[in-house]
Design a protein. Structure first.
Length: 404
């Protein structure tokens, strides 16, 4: 494995508990829609304003215009596929539409399959006979990753302002990065990948952008854009600021928010956040420089970070231009403003439920300490108007309002 020197070190911002708190209220919407384990809400880029709810179990629902309605349509149903052995992290994990969707009608899914365990990135398209529905026969496999363990699959492919597709991959699972995937530049695990879905390089079903950082480097996969990640559950391209945010779930010590840079190495499993990872008895090469997270927090505040979005709406002026993210284990969430290559503001948000919370998720085979909690933010999403919706893994969708 070749060692590389990376010189960009973003400003590290640690949480100050003395910051002034802001109060917000979470109010359930779409209460009559059955939404077990929601993963994301994606707005169809066809001008219709349709909001698609992606469920980890394999269904994608078209949400009704009337939020009090109990009627939802099935956009796509993959629940009959053998996706899940353990519902904690496996299943349908991502949906993104092609930037040129209005013309080519293509979209992309990322999901797991069993026997053998693997993750797949596939291209789908809308039906030519009925352009409001997916083509039931067309599926083009772009990438398939064998999964040695059931967890750390990551997901949520996104398109950047360059129209290339970015995909976050976990380190392969289990604890301690046992196969040393994340620092291995010949493996696609523990990475941010960048591919061109509109071309092909050699026998690959996709193209390799010529400016990817490892193109032509011996012992390196040319798809890699960044490395040294553990379980990056949530990447988000903020096109307005040309910034790629990544929330990386830690193991025992730190949860982190990273700004992904071309060729950046984020340290796992030599370290976790800015802290040496003590369970791996090894030292990094002397010439290897890691990119620090721009924000991290320890186990007093959470145990599993969920990435989100940069809010650009109008209804929450105190959150405008902030990157919103939360902790799946504790229900804490934050707003972070990143400008001119540094964090200029971070707020730990105080929130309360309007009405009764959904209750606790109980999953067989998953420890109670993991499933405990009445609010488990798994994603922060845009609705069709650009306003904020928060998804709760317990099966709820919330809108957020300021308490005055």
């Amino acid at each position: 494995m070749r060692n590389h020197l990376f010189l960009f070190l973003p400003f590290l911002y640690c949480l100050s508990l003395g910051q002034a708190a802001v109060d917000y209220q979470l109010s359930r919407v779409y209460e009559k829609i059955d939404a077990p384990k929601p993963i994301s809400i994606v707005v169809m880029p066809d001008g219709s304003g349709k909001e698609l709810l992606v469920l980890q179990g394999g269904k994608i629902l078209t949400l009704p215009k009337d939020r009090s309605s109990s009627e939802s349509e099935i956009f796509l149903d993959l629940s009959g596929m053998n996706m899940i052995e353990k519902a904690f992290e496996e299943g349908l994990l991502g949906l993104v539409f092609h930037p040129n969707f209005k013309k080519n009608k293509k979209f992309y899914l990322y999901y797991t399959l069993q026997n053998p365990k693997r993750s797949r990135l596939v291209e789908r398209r809308m039906s030519k006979k009925d352009p409001t529905k997916p083509d039931g026969k067309y599926e083009r496999l772009l990438l398939e990753l064998p999964q040695p363990f059931w967890n750390h699959n990551s997901g949520n492919p996104v398109f950047g302002p360059d129209n290339f597709l970015y995909l976050s991959t976990g380190d392969g699972g289990k604890a301690n990065d046992p196969l040393d995937h994340s620092q291995n530049t010949f493996a696609l695990y523990g990475k941010i990948l960048r591919i061109d879905v509109d071309s092909r390089t050699g026998d690959l079903p996709y193209g390799i952008p010529k400016d990817n950082p490892f193109v032509g480097e011996p012992g390196c996969r040319a798809e890699i854009w960044a490395l040294g990640l553990r379980n990056p559950w949530g990447i988000h391209w903020d096109h307005a600021s040309n910034t790629l945010f990544c929330a990386d779930v830690g193991q025992n010590q730190r949860e982190e928010i990273n700004i992904i840079q071309k060729g950046g190495n984020y340290g796992w499993s030599f370290r976790e956040g800015t802290v040496k990872f003590a369970l791996k008895h090894r030292e990094p090469p002397a010439d290897l420089i890691f990119v620090d997270p721009v924000f991290e927090y320890d186990r007093t505040l959470g145990l599993s970070v969920s990435g989100g979005i940069v809010y650009r709406g109008k209804n929450l002026p105190t959150l405008r231009d902030h990157y919103l993210f939360g902790d799946w284990g504790t229900g804490n969430f934050w707003a972070l403003k990143y400008s001119k290559e540094k964090v200029v503001d971070v707020k730990k948000l105080n929130w309360s439920h309007a009405g009764d919370p959904v209750g606790e998720t109980k999953e067989p085979g998953i420890p109670a300490k993991i499933t405990k909690g009445s609010f488990k933010p798994v994603n922060f999403c845009y609705e069709a108007t650009g306003e904020l919706l928060v998804l709760d893994w317990n099966g709820a969708i919330y809108e957020v309002t300021e308490k005055r």
